[in-house]
Design a protein around this ligand. Structure first.
Ligand SMILES: *Cc1c(COP(=O)(O)O)cnc(C)c1O
Length: 356
């Protein structure tokens, strides 16, 4: 049998035996009472995690499905895409491919989005939608979400879409209090579920907007999701295994406690940060704007990052990421999200020391 190489890349992350066991439970019909009971049972927990009273939807797609859906459901006049790395940059590309009028608000990779710049752009009146990536997984930047939400509050006709794929459930994000109109996340990041499934929630303002936007399609139509959720169902056959796994994961999350979960992500992240300083590396993301779920390490020492990743995998069966897209080899990314503890992250760092 092949060795089990444990993933410390920023998604997909390691999936526990317990989660896999829940994932492979016997199937139930998606129009059955058992399914409705399952959806109804997990829903309040999902609302708590999202910080919302709005319905939370289950999408059988990777996060990009819901990202594209958000554009198709909300953008009418024009969308401002806040771009600071590979994922946030992609939003702009997707908006254009959907035939929408999109404009970039772009900063250098490693930098954060300045709320004042968002304000300046929205004041032009050209936009009815903004896309923002909370935790930019390619660069390790965490954007100042509360400050950006304060700016949006000045523009009640503008809808805010927030990609929380690599921060959801690891960092507290209150959708309703912040005034977020679409908040979305994927299964394979901090939730530590298998990939191919997403969660999202939609504000009343966004539903009202969607009603007026033509060509929403069917699979990702927010209004279809809302109608079906009212009966504890999904528009089409969902990945039922994911929902069983999610139920199991939610039990774990609330057993641990949300505050303890946020604190665990902060402390494991701090361990990696200490390691970066101790080994003489630097951070790719600017100070004060670093995410808590992964670390994007700048290869200021000019080591062969791909060779390091190879050695770590061969000898220790641990997998790290040698940098995303145009910063491959110039950075390495270490994930601390999901089920990782101080013990497992310390083990990763010891093995890295050994492989350096
Ligand atoms: C991983 C990631 C995505 C893409 O998710 P998929 O599941 O591959 O569609 C989008 N945004 C961010 C910030 C991510 O980290």
């Amino acid at each position: 049998m092949l060795p089990h190489d444990k993933l410390f890349i920023p998604g997909p992350v390691e999936v526990s035996e317990k989660t896999w066991a829940a994932f492979s439970r016997p199937l139930i019909g998606h129009r059955s009472d058992d399914f409705k009971k399952l959806y109804r049972a997990i829903h309040p927990k999902l609302q708590t995690l999202f910080g919302t009273k709005q319905p939370v939807f289950l999408s059988t797609s990777s996060a990009w499905g819901v990202m594209e859906a958000s554009i198709r459901n909300l953008v009418d006049r024009g969308v401002l895409c806040c771009m600071c790395g590979a994922f946030s940059d992609k939003w702009f590309d997707v908006a254009r491919r959907c035939g929408k009028k999109a404009e970039p608000l772009e900063v250098e990779w490693g930098k954060h989005i300045d709320p004042k710049e968002v304000d300046r752009q929205l004041a032009t009146g050209r936009f009815d939608t903004v896309t923002l990536t909370h935790s930019e997984t390619s660069t390790g930047v965490m954007n100042p979400l509360p400050e950006i939400c304060c700016v949006l509050a000045k523009y009640p006709d503008v809808a805010l879409i927030v990609d929380t794929v690599s921060s959801f459930s690891a960092v507290k994000i209150d959708m309703d209090a912040l005034g977020i109109d679409v908040m979305l996340t994927g299964a394979q990041k901090a939730l530590a579920l298998p990939p191919g499934f997403s969660l999202f929630s939609v504000s009343e303002k966004a539903f009202t907007r969607a009603q007026k936007v033509p060509n929403r399609g069917f699979y990702f139509d927010f209004l279809e999701f809302r109608n079906e959720q009212a009966q504890w169902m999904t528009p089409s056959t969902p990945s039922i295994g994911h929902i069983h796994a999610l139920e199991s994961k939610l039990d774990e999350i609330f057993e641990e406690g949300l505050e303890a979960r946020y604190a665990r992500h902060a402390s494991t992240n701090a361990l990696v940060h200490d390691w970066v300083c101790r080994t003489g590396f630097e951070f790719f993301a600017e100070e004060g704007f670093r995410t808590k779920t992964l670390t994007c390490v700048k290869n200021n020492k000019g080591i062969d990052v791909l060779e390091l990743a190879r050695r770590l995998r061969q000898k220790h069966h641990l997998v790290i990421d040698p940098g995303y897209g145009k910063i491959r080899g110039q950075t390495l990314r270490l994930s601390n999200m999901g089920d990782e503890t101080e013990e497992t992250v310390a083990h990763l760092l010891n093995c890295l020391d050994d492989s350096l």
